[in-house]
Design a protein around this ligand. Structure first.
Ligand code: FAD
Length: 464
């Protein structure tokens, strides 16, 4: 097993695989990928649950059918992934509160106000950017618009529009950097749900197969090593020395650190010398958000099925309390599986209680929605992202207080250390396509430095 390489890549998520492939395509074959877990894909994570394939991590290809082609959508087409167009607007007809079903006319009245507010926020975001004005939060835009969501139904529709995307509330999220959202502006408004027995991770697998050696259809390449938890990164102008948890030592000229923002904000990896303040401060200013999909299996269906029923909503007086639901009847008929999404503090709270407690809370909510006669869930799966030391949350969210200048420091290399991953994508942070594009861009910047010896870093080099 190699212990030294020209470039060592920490992590094997989609940004790492994209970076390694870019190096390989450009003739740099002596790279080494050190991954903490037992698989590639990172936050693209496919699992089996109650007989079907589910995604604990990324699930949608977001931004399809726009003026630019989303590279992930291209892969989904090329590799013939099974995908389903999501119509999130159908919650109008599928909303519930503690008294059961809410009439669509009632939902629509609230929805119309919210939609005008969303439109206002998007225009204000554009205007602030154009005039180089200071950033504000989405909540500030809502106040300026003159309508802050305040009833259970309004708060839940608000959650659906903002928290369901950014995994943090409008109080925190940057207006300028999310409204309008560059993902939808550039790649299109459509979102496709991936439900493929091979998993969303199949894309990463196929990318890896293009440059790593295989035996009997499986990747077997000593340049990709699993169960290698990097704990120490020593760096100087002469190169990099990495120490893993099992005591192995690796050396290289350069390293590409692809670990999540959550990991960089934790003390899992010790940098020697410590990363400079100009680097650490913006990293700590950025937010690692949490988005949790809780899967439940039932003996039989008691929720509506058929066209326009996929998404349903529960309006609680407690904002974000089991608010948003989805059935998998279109994707996996007869599976009798639904999942509910929670974010932020609800995710943190739920990660700290037992699955039985979570299931009990969920059953109370479902009985409010569908009546007391419904059966108990037979199985539950609660993913742990926040407490998982290899992730520390699910994806980054751009909060107020971080400007473009700060962001360029998050992207910037420190000596021989390069950084990529979704949190370094200025336009597409938080997304699979963002992570993928930063892997390519960062590898290209490194190649340029390696070839020409000219390693001065320009923020404008990184365009994703
Ligand atoms: P990662 O995938 O996190 O890769 C980093 C790798 O580093 C991991 O494999 C990790 O195990 C490894 N690592 C960590 N620490 C160490 C260490 N010390 N030593 C060695 N290795 C280490 N995006 C979308 O586009 N659409 C969606 O629908 C969507 N939904 C999401 C839902 C959830 C629940 C989550 C978690 C994410 C979602 N995302 C979605 C975001 C998307 O998954 C990520 O943006 C993307 O996968 C991140 O890739 P990455 O390469 O930047 O990081």
């Amino acid at each position: 097993e190699p212990k030294s390489a020209s470039v060592i890549i920490v992590g094997a998520g989609i940004s790492a695989i994209a970076a390694a492939k870019t190096l390989s395509d450009n003739g740099v074959k002596d790279f080494l990928i050190l991954e903490a877990t037992d698989r590639i894909g990172g936050r693209m994570r496919t699992e089996e649950f109650a007989g079907i394939t589910i995604e604990l991590g990324a699930n949608w290809v977001e931004g399809v059918h726009g003026s630019q082609l989303n590279p992930i959508w291209k892969f989904a087409q090329d590799f013939k992934l099974r995908t389903f167009l999501s119509d999130f607007s159908n919650t109008t007809y599928n909303s519930y509160d503690n008294n059961g079903y809410i009439r669509p006319s009632v939902v629509n009245a609230s929805f119309d106000i919210l939609a005008s507010g969303v439109n206002y926020a998007s225009n204000l975001g554009t205007s602030l950017t154009t005039h180089h004005e200071e950033d504000v939060s989405i909540l500030t835009a809502q106040r300026l618009f003159g309508s802050v969501p305040s009833t259970p139904l309004e708060m839940t529709l608000d959650w659906q529009n903002y928290d369901f995307e950014f995994a943090e509330p409008p109080r925190i999220t940057s207006l300028k950097n999310t409204q309008p959202n560059p993902t939808f502006v550039n790649f299109g408004n459509d979102e496709y749900f991936v439900a493929d027995p091979r998993g969303y991770t199949y894309i990463v697998q196929r990318l890896a197969e293009e440059f790593l050696t295989q035996q009997k259809g499986k990747i077997q390449d000593s340049r990709l090593q699993f169960h290698k938890v990097v704990r120490k990164i020593q760096y100087s102008q002469h190169g990099v020395r990495l120490v893993t948890e099992d005591g192995s030592i690796y050396t290289s000229k350069f390293a590409i650190v692809t670990v999540s923002l959550g990991v960089l904000q934790s003390n899992l990896i010790e940098f020697q010398p410590v990363l400079p303040f100009w680097k650490v401060e913006p990293l700590y200013k950025f937010d690692m958000a949490i988005y949790t999909k809780i899967f439940l299996k039932f003996r039989y269906k008691f929720w509506p099925t058929g066209e326009g029923t996929e998404f349903f909503l529960y309006a609680s007086e407690r904002r974000g309390y089991y608010p948003y639901w989805q059935h998998l009847e279109n994707e996996y008929p007869g599976s009798n599986i639904i999942f509910v999404t929670v974010t932020d503090d609800e995710s943190r709270r739920i990660e700290q209680q037992s699955d039985d407690e979570t299931k009990a809370e969920i059953m109370v909510v479902l009985r409010h929605m569908f009546g007391s006669a419904i059966p108990e869930a037979e199985a539950i799966l609660v993913p742990i992202w926040w407490k998982n030391r290899f992730f520390g949350g699910t994806y980054s969210n751009w909060p107020i207080g971080v400007d473009t200048h700060d962001f360029h420091k998050i992207q910037a290399p420190v000596g021989p250390l390069y950084f990529c991953g979704e949190h370094t994508s200025q336009l597409y942070n938080g997304y699979v396509h963002g992570a993928y594009l930063t892997g390519i861009n960062t590898a290209e910047a490194l190649l340029k430095c390696k070839k020409s010896g000219n390693c001065t870093y320009k923020a404008s080099v990184l365009t994703s």
